[in-house]
Design a binder for this molecule. Structure first.
Ligand code: KG4
Ligand code: ZN
Length: 339
């Protein structure tokens, strides 16, 4: 069973073909970073226009490179939400039009379920049950995953997502978009403990996060320094990154203790962060637990995770009708139980 996956929820056009037997057989990614850079963030209208330019030629190229014809496919998966409405509409429209022409079923995939299942594309994959930490530009969530499709939210951010906080702090430090990798790079030359930033919401029980106060604390710290030097900025980047990583680590530790699960899955763009990966590896080994990350190129948005998640949905009998509809806001708790 082979499935074509289309990701277009934000600023990456991701196309992939996943085969149930042999795994990922083709994968292409086009990043719009250069397009949005001069605006310091994603411009939704430009994102949609670029997806519409890139999607079909990328699908055509991938199909011909992998020497596949439409009759080799069993379905087409696309990101149905959450994300930018116009960008999602592009993926949904193209997926449904091709499916109509090629006589195939379509599957609308929840973007965060795609991220959540991305570690399943690795050779060493987690088995259920596991705890999942989803950390992206729009979400920060800790989930308990009993089995495929059954996700309970243990906690989530009450304000900014972790990636969003990274992006905003990057702007404050005069760094380029997307900010997460830039802050991480700058933090590498920071002096440890030059500053100590708060670890929000760790002094009270529960699994929720809040990164808005930490963002304001960072802003105030920058404003308190006359003409911050490059070293000051690096020290601040490191203090911020360390605070985010420590906060996440504390909540993951609680989730492991609470559920008793022995596997921890980390996914979403921020899971590419080296300090976070190192800290959570360390936590897991101290708690006799195993941590699973997607391969680095599958941490941020990509078509492979949508193809994989779509195949699981298709196998469980989920298909869409022909109406083109997307869900820009779509809580994971509203996902139909796939069992
Ligand atoms: O999952 P993703 O590609 O898109 C969304 O679904 O949001 O995540 C993008 C987010 C951005 O906020 C970006 O700054 C952050 O992930 N990010 C990172 C790193 N790489 C990407 N944050 C911290 N460190 C990184 N190395
Ligand atoms: Zn994403």
């Amino acid at each position: 069973m082979k499935i074509l996956g289309i990701e277009s929820s934000c600023d990456e056009t991701g196309i992939a073909i996943y085969d149930e037997q042999s795994g990922l057989i083709a994968d292409a990614l086009y990043s719009q970073i250069e397009l949005h850079k001069e605006y310091g963030g994603v411009v939704p209208e430009l994102a949609s226009r670029d997806h519409i330019r890139k999607t079909l030629p990328m699908i055509q190229q991938l199909m011909s490179e992998s020497q596949l014809s439409p009759t080799d496919l069993s379905g087409i998966a696309y990101t149905a939400g959450p994300g930018l409405v116009g960008a999602l509409m592009v993926g949904a429209s193209i997926a449904k039009s091709l499916a109509l022409a090629w006589d195939l079923p379509t599957v609308g995939v929840h973007h965060m379920e795609g991220h959540l299942l991305a570690p399943m594309l690795s050779a060493d994959k987690p088995s259920y049950p596991f705890i999942a930490l989803l950390v992206s530009g729009g979400h920060t969530q800790l989930l308990s995953c009993e089995r495929y499709g059954v996700y309970e939210i243990l906690g989530e951010s009450v304000d900014d997502a972790a990636g969003e906080a990274f992006d905003k702090v990057a702007k404050m430090l005069g760094l380029d978009y997307p900010g997460g990798p830039e802050v991480a790079r700058l933090a590498e030359s920071g002096t440890p403990n030059a500053y100590r930033f708060p670890r929000p919401m760790t002094d009270r029980p529960g699994f929720n996060f809040s990164f808005s106060g930490l963002k304001t604390f960072t802003k105030t710290t920058i404003a308190s320094i006359d003409n911050p030097s490059d070293q000051d900025k690096a020290n601040i980047a490191l203090a911020f990154e360390t605070a985010v990583v420590d906060t996440i680590r504390i909540k993951c530790k609680r989730a492991i203790e609470h559920t008793g699960f022995k596997s921890l899955v980390i996914a979403g763009g921020v899971s590419a962060n080296t300090s976070l990966r190192t800290s959570l590896e360390d936590l897991a080994s101290n708690m006799n637990t195993k941590v699973y990350f997607p391969e680095l190129q599958l941490c941020t948005d990509n078509g492979a995770m949508i193809a994989y998640a779509g195949l699981q949905r298709l196998k469980h009998g989920h298909t869409e009708d022909w109406a083109i509809s997307v869900r820009p806001r779509w809580p994971m708790t509203e996902l139909e139980n796939a069992q």
